[in-house]
Design a binder for this molecule. Structure first.
Ligand SMILES: C[S@@+](CC[C@H](N)C(=O)[O-])C[C@H]1O[C@@H](n2cnc3c(N)ncnc32)[C@H](O)[C@@H]1O
Length: 557
């Protein structure tokens, strides 16, 4: 590549070109160079699940290595502040190391923590939340979950039951006590490294005031059976050696690796996908080719209602044509009687996005049903529905518990999706207002309210940061605001509006600890106190961490 031809390249980038690795290391005064074989102590894990090691103060990221381990590694790449190394041998194993049960774990990018014990994963997830609160939010976290200090900050009805008891997670999974976790975490160093990982760049935030109170972070609520928890599979279809294949893309590529079974997927979904591949092979369906844009079948999407055993299959096709449609329907119906809905989605765009705009019901209903707790949901081909229904109930119950509702309250549910949390809240509140940016999701939310005979909830389409200020002008005064934003967190205008509306409580459901920490800090500066944070393991064996936090309005004297 000739950097001179590229606009905007500085003289510096030009002069950095084509230096040998050894020369680069020497110039930057690095302790290691590319291809060096070294021994390394691992001190942490990034939010992407890579081990973090230090060689004479220089940070190296090593996939597959765990905190607390001493490893033999080869340096793959060096940059000024950090580099990457390949794990060659574990010299001293972490007590958390286990044999990953999935035979394709290292090829597939779906799970990142299968080589870590489940207890270790739960501890790491809690520590990851704490690290973000402290480093990004500049908030103070109690060293021992469950101390009297935090109890004194809780308002009546906020936290009840055994959820604040360290040592026991949801459904009886025992995790180490939080005291143990703190000790252990400093031993295993499962914290955010001081040197920012490139993938962590977006989490960098402004420095701030430290909070004068300490937040209680509870032990992660895990699953007693943390396998086969997913209710939805989305499988790309291709062809290899004349055979129809479907599974997952090999790490960092779009090469499909055929898969018969995924250990985090419900086995009914695996079975249905395998049947569809076999049927497609017999009916000579042409798989879609990403490069040429030719072929017909792009993806197979299957969903199962855990509580109802109803299944849906969606064949995503590159155009309206699905050859031998009656045979498809007949075969699926007879071979998988749980299927109540067979749909076709049409996607002609050259894109990574799975679904196109048009969905047709080929046979049966256009929705399947499922329950979370007592609330019934209709799930259509494209509607968003949490993929781990068991833990969703745990998460929502926690959110309702934190809201501390008595039946008299007005509640706003921002980023409400298809109204799942709203309907949970509506069972305990006077009135709930839900807002969501996707029109179809709000249509589903309204249908779901009707399905459950709930009349004390209303939904509006729009951006939370636009709609809620309007509600404020209209005189709506919420006692509680619940937010469940996407990974990028809440819009600053929404946070500002919350501070102006001053609801007694804010319940923040988050899928990203770094933006949670950033937003909590803003709310703290606006007069709220974060009382407690509960991490919930919605995605065992992956690095994803869900949390729910409760904040109390606490105006300065
Ligand atoms: C993490 S999901 C939560 C959905 C829902 N609470 C649930 O548990 O199923 C975040 C939702 O926020 C929606 N969203 C994204 N930006 C938004 C915005 N500015 N205003 C309102 N909703 C938004 C997304 O479409 C998505 O449905």
């Amino acid at each position: 590549m000739n950097n001179n031809r590229k606009g905007g390249h500085s003289h510096k980038s030009k002069s950095n070109r084509r230096k040998s690795p050894a020369a680069s290391a020497a110039i930057a005064n690095l302790p290691v160079a590319k291809n060096d074989e070294i021994e390394l102590d691992m001190i942490g894990l990034t939010h992407e699940g890579e081990g973090v090691g230090r060689a004479e103060g220089y940070t190296l990221f090593v996939s597959g290595a765990l905190p607390g381990e001493r490893i033999h590694a080869r340096v793959l790449k060096t940059k000024k502040q950090y580099g990457y190394a390949k794990l060659l041998k574990v010299l001293n194993e972490s007590p958390n190391r286990v044999q990953a049960p999935c035979p394709i774990y290292t090829q597939c990018g779906g799970c990142q923590l299968q080589h870590m014990s489940y207890t270790g994963q739960l501890e790491w997830k809690r520590q990851h939340v704490i690290d973000n609160l402290e480093r990004i939010g500049k908030l103070t976290v109690q060293k021992q979950a469950g101390s009297d200090d935090a109890d004194s900050q809780l308002v009546e009805g906020t936290v009840t039951g055994n959820t604040s008891t360290p040592g026991t997670s949801a459904e009886g999974t025992t995790v180490k006590s939080s005291v143990d976790q703190d000790v252990h975490s400093s031993e295993i160093g499962s914290h955010v490294p001081d040197v920012q990982h490139p993938a962590d760049a977006s989490t960098s935030v402004k420095p701030i005031v430290s909070a004068s109170h300490a937040i209680r972070v509870l032990p992660t609520l895990g699953m007693s059976e943390p396998w086969r928890y997913r209710n939805k599979a989305q499988v790309p279809i291709g062809q290899q050696d004349g055979q129809l294949v479907g599974g997952f893309y090999a790490r960092g590529s779009h090469r499909i690796i055929d898969m018969q079974s995924c250990l985090i997927q419900d086995s009914r979904n695996d079975e249905l996908v395998n049947k569809v591949k076999a049927i497609g092979q017999e009916l000579h369906i042409q798989p879609y080719n990403e490069e040429t844009g030719e072929g017909i079948l792009r993806h197979v999407v299957v969903k199962v209602g855990f509580a109802t055993n109803e299944m849906m299959i969606v064949l995503v096709t590159n155009g309206e044509r699905l050859p031998r449609k009656p045979e498809w329907i007949e075969r699926i119906r007879t071979e998988m009687p749980q299927v109540v809905s067979i749909c076709q989605n049409i996607n002609t765009k050259q894109t990574n996005v799975i679904f196109g705009d048009e969905t047709r019901t080929l046979w049966g209903r256009d929705v399947i049903h499922d329950y979370i707790g007592d609330v019934k949901f209709a799930i259509s081909a494209r509607s968003f529905y949490q993929v781990n229904p068991v833990q969703t109930e745990v998460l929502y119950e926690k959110a309702v518990q934190y809201a501390g509702l008595t039946g008299k309250e007005t509640v706003i549910d921002a980023y409400c999706g298809i109204g799942t949390i709203s309907l949970f809240l509506a069972q305990h509140a006077k009135r709930v207002y839900g807002v969501e940016i996707v029109k179809e999701a709000i249509e589903d939310a309204r249908k779901n309210a009707e399905l459950n005979g709930m009349t004390n909830v209303e939904f509006e389409v729009g951006a939370s940061e636009d709609v809620i200020p309007r509600w404020k002008e209209q005189g709506i005064t919420p006692d509680v605001i619940v937010v469940d934003p996407p990974r990028k967190g809440c819009d600053p205008r929404l946070l500002e509006t919350i501070v102006q509306m001053q609801p007694e409580k804010v319940v923040y459901v988050s899928c990203n600890p770094s933006t949670l920490a950033r937003d909590l800090q803003v709310l703290e500066e606006g007069g709220y106190r974060t009382v407690e944070v509960q991490p919930v393991d919605m995605f065992p064996h992956t690095v994803h961490v869900e949390s729910v936090a409760v904040l109390q309005w606490q105006p300065s004297e």
